[in-house]
Design a protein around this ligand. Structure first.
Ligand code: 5RP
Length: 232
């Protein structure tokens, strides 16, 4: 999909999803280019429509954008619960399983998502797939011994690649870990892979978000489509 169109659809999904944010609630704010549109829209609503909510963010990037727009941000441990989290995703299948972590924020994203009463994802239509896996699956690993974890993944034919910045430095997450991307092409059994990865010593978390999301707002030519997860 052409980049400008994709951004337009991301923005449409984000603006539609912002309507789900209610006054006096605690809202988890995800990370990425689609969420950037969301935070812009929420900032506008705070300024122009007196929307009042408290945000918890899934990255330092989102925190600084939100704060610069006048959105109140608190730490996760200072609040008892999150009412709703809105985040992006890299791919979503028909069973509401997704890959996240393209922006290296998957660990905080999963912690925030699993402490939220409701989760909404905002995506453009190119992210909807029959089977997840053509987007490389991010795995967050502790730096100590990371190359041994990479070798284990290699032996398992998971096609791992340590994520580097444009300058060739290892990408560091907000928790000071590394990201290994698994180039799998397709994931036949997401639950089995999820178990295998989380049971590998050195892995902190992975980007498979299985049946976590309640609703997906899809930016689509015409108008956004809202998909409801029947299992939630
Ligand atoms: C960050 C994420 C993002 O939500 C995901 O990568 C989608 O990003 P974008 O909205 O830029 O396409 O999981 O870790």
């Amino acid at each position: 999909m052409e980049k400008n169109l994709q951004n337009e659809l991301k923005k449409e999904a984000a603006i539609r999803a912002a309507e789900f944010v209610e006054n006096d609630t605690v809202v988890g704010l995800g990370t990425g280019s689609t969420v950037k549109f969301l935070v812009d829209e929420l900032g506008r609503k705070v300024r122009e429509e007196n929307l009042s909510f408290t945000g918890v963010t899934t990255s330092k990037r989102t925190a600084s954008q939100a704060e610069s727009l006048g959105i109140k941000i608190v730490s996760l441990d200072s609040i008892p619960r999150i009412d709703l989290t809105i985040d992006g995703a890299d791919q979503v299948d028909n069973n509401f399983n997704g890959i996240k972590g393209g922006g290296a924020a998957l660990l905080w994203e999963k912690i925030v998502a699993t402490n939220s009463k409701k989760n909404i994802w905002i995506v453009d239509q190119s992210k909807l797939v029959d089977r997840i896996g053509s987007f490389p699956l991010p795995v967050e690993v502790i730096p100590f011994g990371a190359l041994h974890v990479l070798n284990k993944f290699e032996e398992l034919n998971l096609n791992p690649v340590l994520r580097l910045t444009e300058n060739g430095k290892k990408v560091m997450t907000d928790s000071q870990n590394y990201i290994i991307d698994l180039h799998l092409n397709q994931i036949i059994d997401p639950a089995k892979l999820s178990n295998q990865l989380i049971n590998t010593v050195g892995v902190v978390e992975h980007g498979l978000f299985l049946n976590v999301v309640d609703k997906v707002v899809v930016g689509k030519k015409g108008q956004p489509l809202i998909l409801e997860n029947p299992d939630k």
